[in-house]
Design a protein around this ligand. Structure first.
Ligand code: ADP
Ligand code: MG
Length: 284
């Protein structure tokens, strides 16, 4: 079952001057056709301006295609009658946790989504508890969000989406404003939602080390899908990644150079330091 399916999805921003005259058109997403199966963990890469956020905003009907179409859980997002269903099926988490948390207390914040959905009070509290536990923030439930670290705030934002029982969560650079330990916490929480709760994950990031757990990776460039494949397939194409101005992990680059220089036993892609160490230990 496809949770997301796009057909020639195209989106154009129309830029206007102060008088409202059309100054130009930016084709931010350009004829993207892809599908995502329920339960997949998808990573989307691409340098700034490649169209990732514009694409993501189509998944929960913040934007609608200029041309082509997108179906979320079989529903055409252009069809207004599905709007609230789609927003509940596909939750969004953005870069800045401070813009997403509105409650004065963590547990209250997480309850806003289900409350707006008209869920009965008793069930709201059950959902708040289960969601906070799923992201490892239950012990902080009585705190003011102001007193949390960036990684903790972002996990509260994720819990807020989770409490609406989505089938899919789209995270648009959720770790961009976090320190390394905050980034790890958030990625761990996201992986658990995929592994344990079987929630489809669409993770947009420019940190390469965050994509190695994805089932599939899409690389965007000028609104198009320039590359797609498993992380290992993508990381075996080092020269193309560099041409797309993406940072390849140091260990992958090192392995690539060793292989190029004829060192035997190096596979086409190495993703982690441990992997490279094991390969070298085996062959020496
Ligand atoms: P990414 O998330 O990969 O950085 P975006 O989807 O934000 O890319 O942007 C894709 C293209 O659309 C860029 O050229 C960007 O300048 C343009 N763009 C994004 N948002 C707007 C907007 N609100 N109005 C006009 N152009 C926009
Ligand atoms: Mg973006």
């Amino acid at each position: 079952m496809n949770i997301i399916k796009t057909e020639n999805l195209t989106f154009e921003y129309i830029r206007r001057d102060e008088e409202g005259n059309v100054e130009g058109i930016v084709k931010a997403v350009d004829e993207v056709t892809l599908s995502v199966k329920a339960g997949e963990f998808i990573a989307i890469l691409g340098h700034n301006g490649s169209g990732k956020s514009t694409f993501a905003k189509h998944i929960n009907a913040i934007l609608y295609p200029t041309e082509g179409s997108i179906f979320v859980d079989g529903k055409d997002t252009a069809d207004d009658e599905h709007l609230w269903d789609i927003r509940q099926i596909a939750g969004m988490v953005f870069q800045n946790p401070d813009n997403q948390i509105i409650g004065q207390v963590v547990e209250e914040d997480v309850g806003f989504g289900p409350e707006n959905m008209g869920i009965p009070t008793k069930e709201i509290w059950e959902r708040v508890e289960e969601s906070l536990r799923a992201v490892g923030m239950y012990e902080h439930r009585k705190k003011s969000p102001n007193r949390l670290s960036g990684g903790q705030k972002q996990r509260v934002s994720i819990a807020g989406v989770l409490a609406m029982h989505p089938k899919c969560i789209v995270l648009d650079e959720p770790t961009a404003m976090l320190d390394p330990s905050g980034r790890k916490e958030v990625i761990r929480a996201i992986r658990a939602l995929n592994d344990v709760e079987k929630i489809t994950i669409i993770l947009i990031t420019h940190y390469m080390e965050e994509i190695i757990h994805a089932d599939r990776v899409f690389v965007m460039e000028q609104g198009k899908i320039a590359m797609s494949g498993t992380p290992r397939e993508i990381f075996s194409r080092v020269d193309e990644l560099k041409a797309l101005r993406l940072d390849v992990p140091q260990v992958t680059l090192l392995a690539h150079e060793l292989k190029k220089n004829g060192i035997p036993g190096i596979p086409p892609a190495v993703l982690t330091v441990d992997e490279l160490a094991a390969i070298i230990a085996m062959s020496s």
